[in-house]
Write a protein that binds this ligand. Structure first.
Ligand SMILES: C[S@@+](CC[C@H](N)C(=O)[O-])C[C@H]1O[C@@H](n2cnc3c(N)ncnc32)[C@H](O)[C@@H]1O
Length: 401
């Protein structure tokens, strides 16, 4: 029996979404129902929980959930793209939409489904067992270039080309049927030092193949605008992503919705008149432990009552409110013209959080390397300055005397 699912970041996601009694909630990734349970408790008998999952095993768990839920509940077994399209066609408007992306722990723990490199099982990895494409088809059917691109792009795998070559050679002898066979081929393709370096050598390759089998990134790209269109005014959306490929997509979509003026930076006044559609509730992602990449991104369409501290001010359209000093309106100090910052600099600074470099920096360990390099640099400069200071050699000689 698979173990009961404890969702990661459940508390954080629910607090940020702030479900209220009577609200309509769509949980696009029901899984084990951990989030749905918390949402149902908060929306109560006047609310409604709509649960979506393409895995039939989730439907079985939903039956138990529905029998205990304080809120009325409905299940749609479908991809979230199909389900949300159906809900929109029905004219449903939601207060909350939640998406907890990736596979569930129950899917990983159900060995025979082949999601895990830790258990021997047939190469499957389908979230929806009714779909045709399996991991076996990908591993044995895709040509070497396509496999290498898959491992590189979806697995961000450094040894993608070597692994793809090894897979093609191995399957020329006999088809690769099981997870263990695939792990052996992949591990042998990785140089020995890297095999024991960071994590399991097959982790990234398994992630890449799973993403391809379940068409996860295309699903995500298609579902975000649908989720957006379902929200009523004052509604909230949260996306919990498991890896940077998902997070980048969610972040790009949400930042785009919350962006105001898009005029060229050197225009002195706004000519486009574009208004942000929503406000980002968290500017940064929320992660459970430092270094783990499971960010929650939450967005609230404009017009909803979020705490002022979590709102972003709309530069250009909304000037900041007058400053208050010591509880009294600050006259001259507040109204004195601020020093003029070049518009191009402001524009660049505003876009910095969306730059792929910054994204990588936040999700990878590059920042550790940068800090180490900076420290080494400081020590180096200190040492070279002290050795080149005139008289320093003389002084040390003198003190030795
Ligand atoms: C990380 S789990 C969600 C766990 C859930 N939040 C909980 O509290 O138990 C992701 C779930 O979403 C489902 N899923 C992933 N992609 C999907 C898609 N495109 N359409 C429908 N369901 C999907 C998976 O089958 C899996 O059950």
């Amino acid at each position: 029996m698979p173990s009961a699912h404890v969702p990661v970041l459940a508390g954080e996601a629910i607090d940020l979404l702030d479900p209220r009694p009577g609200e309509v909630v769509v949980d696009c990734t029901f899984g084990g129902g951990g989030h749905a349970r918390l949402l149902a408790d908060r929306v109560g008998a006047e609310g409604l929980v709509i649960a979506v999952d393409r895995d039939p095993a989730a439907r079985e768990r939903f039956a138990t959930f529905a029998s205990q839920s304080p809120a009325p509940a409905r299940f749609l077994r479908a991809s979230f793209v199909e389900a949300l399209a159906q809900l929109r066609a029905e004219g449903l408007r939601a207060d909350l939409v939640l998406m907890d992306l990736g596979m569930s722990s129950m899917q990983v723990d159900t060995r025979e489904r082949g999601f895990s490199y830790a258990f021997d099982a047939p190469l499957d990895m389908r979230m929806d067992p009714d779909q045709a494409l399996t991991a076996r088809d990908v591993v044995n059917g895709w040509d070497e270039r396509r496999l290498a691109r898959l491992l590189r792009e979806f697995g961000e795998e450094r040894y993608a080309a070597r692994m793809a070559r090894a897979i093609v050679r191995a399957r020329a002898r006999t088809e690769i049927e099981t997870t263990n066979e695939l792990v052996e081929v992949i591990a042998a393709a990785v140089p020995a030092p890297a095999r024991f370096a960071a994590g399991h050598p097959a982790r990234r390759a398994f992630q890449a193949i799973r993403i391809a089998v379940n068409d996860e990134l295309a699903q995500l790209d298609a579902v975000l605008p649908l989720a957006w269109s379902l929200l009523r005014e004052g509604g909230r959306f949260a996306g919990i992503s498991f890896h940077s490929l998902e997070d980048r997509r969610v972040k790009r979509f949400l930042v785009e919705r919350s962006r105001g003026c898009i005029c060229p930076p050197d225009l002195p006044v706004c000519a486009c008149g574009r208004e942000p559609e929503a406000e980002l509730v968290t500017r940064r992602s929320v992660a459970p432990t430092p270094g783990r990449s499971l960010p929650i991104r939450v967005l609230a369409p404009r017009g909803c009552a979020w705490p002022a501290s979590s709102r972003r001010r709309r530069e250009r359209h909304d000037p900041p409110p007058p400053a208050r000093l010591g509880g009294r309106r600050a006259g001259a100090a507040a109204s004195a013209p601020a020093p003029r910052v070049p518009p191009r600099l402001v524009h660049t600074a505003r876009r910095l959080p969306d730059a792929p470099f910054v994204d990588r920096l936040m999700h990878g360990r590059l920042w550790v390397a940068l800090i180490a390099a900076a420290l080494i640099g400081i020590v180096f400069v200190q040492v070279s300055c002290s050795s080149s200071t005139p008289g320093s050699a003389g002084r040390s000689t003198a003190s030795r005397r």
